[in-house]
Design a protein around this ligand. Structure first.
Ligand code: TZP
Ligand code: MG
Length: 211
């Protein structure tokens, strides 16, 4: 599951000075291993624009062989022939998503407790998102901050799926979180807001490649 190591998440609401297409192209050049299309929050696009942008970003990922995952929108994921879907606890039921997308597509589930983790395993998840590890500027309705022990707790509960850390992850705290047992870092703002996206992504990639 090396493709989860540097997991870039972005939607139009996360881009300040660059277009989503430019932002994703730079992040790909920098070495992201996976991309999630996440249109959420204040400046979200209408359904048609969301599809049109998704199509462009999907193509970019396809060209560069980067897995393209859609956040919390099953019909969009199907329409774009995405490589997978990511759902949170309040989104579409994970078991239903798995049944709909079939066994070959990637299913990611956000989890905050061992109980949620075990349920996500039963529902057919391929990987689990865990967070927020640190305060985040990219999501308003976050759960409480996680302890670094959570990765060990999941392993002790018998969960063997890859665990991707999210929420305030950056080049400063990334090493600590990987050392605590995360298998990858999911990042929005530390990449989107970097003044040199490509260079900064390269730095992050070198960091995760140490593990
Ligand atoms: N889920 C939990 S925290 C978060 C999501 C989508 C936002 C992560 O963004 P950032 O900017 O990397 O903290
Ligand atoms: Mg959600």
């Amino acid at each position: 599951m090396d493709f989860l190591k540097l997991y870039f998440i972005m939607g139009s609401q996360d881009c300040l000075n660059r277009t989503p297409e430019e932002t994703l192209a730079l992040a790909i050049e920098g070495g992201i291993t996976c991309y999630q299309y996440r249109e959420k929050g204040i400046s979200t696009l209408g359904e048609i624009e969301k599809y049109e942008l998704g199509k462009k970003l999907r193509e970019l990922c396809g060209t560069h062989k980067i897995p393209f995952i859609v956040n919390d929108d099953l019909p969009l994921a199907i329409a774009l022939d995405a490589d997978g879907v990511h759902v949170g606890q309040d989104d579409e039921n994970a078991k239903y998503v798995r049944e709909t997308i079939g066994p070959k597509k990637i299913l990611g589930v956000s989890t905050h407790t061992v109980e949620e983790g075990l349920q996500a395993v039963l529902n057919g998840a391929d990987y689990l998102g865990i967070g927020p590890m640190y305060p985040t500027i990219s999501k308003a309705d976050t759960e409480k901050q996680q302890s670094l022990d959570i990765f060990t707790e999941f392993r002790h509960a018998g969960i063997s799926l890859p665990l991707v850390a999210i929420g305030g992850m950056n080049s400063t705290n990334g090493e600590t979180v990987m050392k605590s047992g995360a298998n990858g870092l999911a990042i929005i703002s530390d990449i989107c807001r970097a003044s040199h996206i490509q260079e900064h992504t390269k730095l992050l990639r070198r960091l995760v490649d140490e593990f």
